[in-house]
Write a protein that binds this ligand. Structure first.
Ligand code: FES
Length: 217
């Protein structure tokens, strides 16, 4: 008789105690699963703070090297900062315009310190006026373009923003051409630079510079 009463209750659209507990249990499981997924995503998404690799670095403009001068080394950010201008006579032994480059190369670039061949850390070699990798001998011009292989491509670059002295107003940012950050000419009023090491672009693979000078190994 009791079962008959419950069945009768269900057919009348009423929710039995058993069904009610079942719904509560299901809702609890769903809530737990959603919370777990949220926590997992929160842990998996990388979070970088200002001033650590993977995050942004903000510097006053006076840290910039002179035009075509030797690069400034930022070890914590794993990048070199360079100030390029192929129209300027200063430092042309370090930064020159190649035969296949129609437009002047002008602006600031932040270059990733890892060789594009197999990932060694290369160095700036002052007597040779170029970057050289100790592992297999790849060489790069001041802006990161390959001089000699086996590096397969130009050194990677990070995004740069030019900021006013309030550090928040962005006057200009690195332009992307063929998905690669171009040197950023700094607008008047630039007081700070922000280099975002979380925004890296892979270098292209133009012809080796040594092929123009005929000294490729
Ligand atoms: S890792 Fe740099 S040349 Fe091989």
């Amino acid at each position: 008789m009791a079962n008959a009463a419950v069945s009768a209750g269900n057919t009348n659209g009423e929710v039995s105690r058993r069904e009610f507990l079942f719904y509560i249990w299901g809702a609890s499981i769903a809530l737990f699963a959603a919370e777990s997924a949220g926590l997992l995503i929160w842990f998996l998404i990388p979070k970088f703070r200002e001033g650590e690799f993977g995050g942004a670095f903000t510097f006053p403009i006076d840290i910039l090297p002179d035009i075509n001068a030797e690069p400034a080394n930022f070890a914590e950010g794993r990048f070199w900062l360079v100030n390029l201008d192929t129209t300027n006579a200063d430092g042309q032994e370090r930064m020159f315009q190649a035969q296949d480059e129609n437009d002047p190369i002008k602006g600031v670039a932040a270059i990733y310190k890892v060789c594009t061949h197999l990932g060694c850390i290369y160095s700036w070699i002052p007597v040779n006026n170029r970057f050289e990798c100790p592992c297999h001998g790849s060489k790069y011009r001041l802006d990161g373009r390959r001089i000699e292989s086996p590096a397969p491509r130009t050194l990677d670059r990070f995004k740069i923003e030019a900021l006013t002295d309030d550090k928040t107003t962005v006057l200009a940012e690195s332009e992307l051409v063929d998905d690669f950050y171009q040197p950023l000419p700094l607008p008047d009023g630039t007081a700070f630079l922000r280099i975002d090491t979380g925004a890296k672009k892979t270098g292209p693979s133009p012809e080796l510079l040594c092929s123009f000078t005929g000294n490729c190994p």
